[in-house]
Design a binder for this molecule. Structure first.
Ligand SMILES: Nc1ncnc2c1ncn2[C@@H]1O[C@H](COP(=O)(O)OP(=O)(O)OP(=O)(O)O)[C@@H](O)[C@H]1O
Ligand SMILES: [Mg+2]
Length: 299
């Protein structure tokens, strides 16, 4: 394996991956919807995932640059690419069912809750009857966030006094109990053949103070967070690289906020995850190139 095509190289997940791949000596071709200047990387502009031309553009590029591996890092691309079969190179993407569940925070919550994986209490805006009803179901303050979204966009912490604003939300949002404790981003790799790698990263500063994207992380050895991340991956039938958001309740119990079925923004702090992917692809390559020889030996 020599050449890796990474999508979304202008974003934090793409950048973190590109630096690691270059350090390991891979040739990297990147894509982005905006022009990106990145030393050592040929970056091609592609349409956004919502554009009907997106899939064919990426497919053509995969062939044209003779990519040995494609790693999508843009959340919106995942459900679109998960519909595709026969990609011209190995693609680092979980099975379709899990990708679709992880893409929608309400579906994620429902599945994890059904499977007894600890999650914050949650409801949809259309379920809301009164401020007391919110108090009983998820409590105040509470979080509202888009069911399909990323980068902490439109994630708002509502107090009881904001009830009228909260009531105006539609079911494109999910409402969740506010979990006040320490936040983690366990970076996970689930091997297709079984076995996993988990590196719990602890978020040490958040963009909006109490909530938001991690501005900095440190490695952490919380075994309960690692076990929770694996349980969430199993419940959603996900494989490959995952970036999961976890917070501790005030009693210390960790719960899953959301699951990203892709590499996270801080994967460089958990290089074991990319290593696990590269090892799996190398094994696959060996498997396909060795089998004819074995066959010959048997004959
Ligand atoms: N139930 C919750 N309790 C406390 N904080 C929360 C909760 N849900 C979300 N947050 C905060 O909001 C941030 C963004 O929420 P979340 O990760 O669910 O959405 P996102 O937009 O998909 O994020 P990203 O794509 O950056 O991972 C979280 O990292 C966390 O700081
Ligand atoms: Mg998140």
């Amino acid at each position: 394996m020599k050449r890796v095509l990474v999508t979304g190289v202008g974003g934090p997940a793409g950048q973190s991956l590109v630096h690691q791949l270059i350090e390991y000596g891979y040739q990297v071709v990147g894509t982005d919807i905006r022009p990106v200047d990145m030393p050592g990387v040929a970056v091609c502009r592609v349409p956004p995932a919502s554009d009907p031309a997106f899939v064919e553009t990426l497919r053509t590029l995969t062939v044209a640059c003779r990519a040995d591996l494609v790693i999508p890092t843009v959340s919106e691309e995942l459900p679109v690419l998960a519909q595709e079969t026969d990609w011209p190179a190995p693609i680092a993407l979980a099975p379709r069912k899990g990708v679709l569940l992880a893409n929608d925070k309400w579906l994620t919550w429902q599945r994890l809750n059904e499977q007894n994986v600890p999650v914050p209490r949650a409801m949809l805006p259309s379920h809301v009857q009164s401020d007391d009803h919110v108090a009983q179901t998820i409590g105040w303050p509470c979080i509202a966030k888009p069911r399909v979204g990323r980068g902490g966009r439109n994630v708002v912490l509502y107090q009881k006094t904001d009830f009228d604003e909260l009531r105006a939300l539609d079911d494109h949002f999910i409402l969740q109990e506010f979990i006040p404790g320490v936040e983690y981003a366990p970076n996970v790799y689930i091997r297709r053949q079984g076995g996993s790698v988990v590196v719990p990263l602890r978020k040490t500063a958040l963009k909006q103070g109490r909530i938001g994207n991690a501005l900095s992380v440190v490695r952490d050895d919380s075994a309960d967070v690692a076990a929770l991340a694996c349980a969430a991956a199993r419940a959603l039938e996900l494989t490959g690289a995952l970036d999961i958001d976890v917070r501790r309740r005030s009693d210390g119990i960790p719960v899953v906020l959301e699951v990203n079925a892709r590499f996270g923004a801080h994967s460089a702090h958990a290089p074991e995850v990319l290593r696990a992917l590269l090892d799996e692809i190398t094994m696959q390559e060996r498997g396909t190139s060795i089998s004819p020889l074995i066959l010959l030996a048997i004959i």
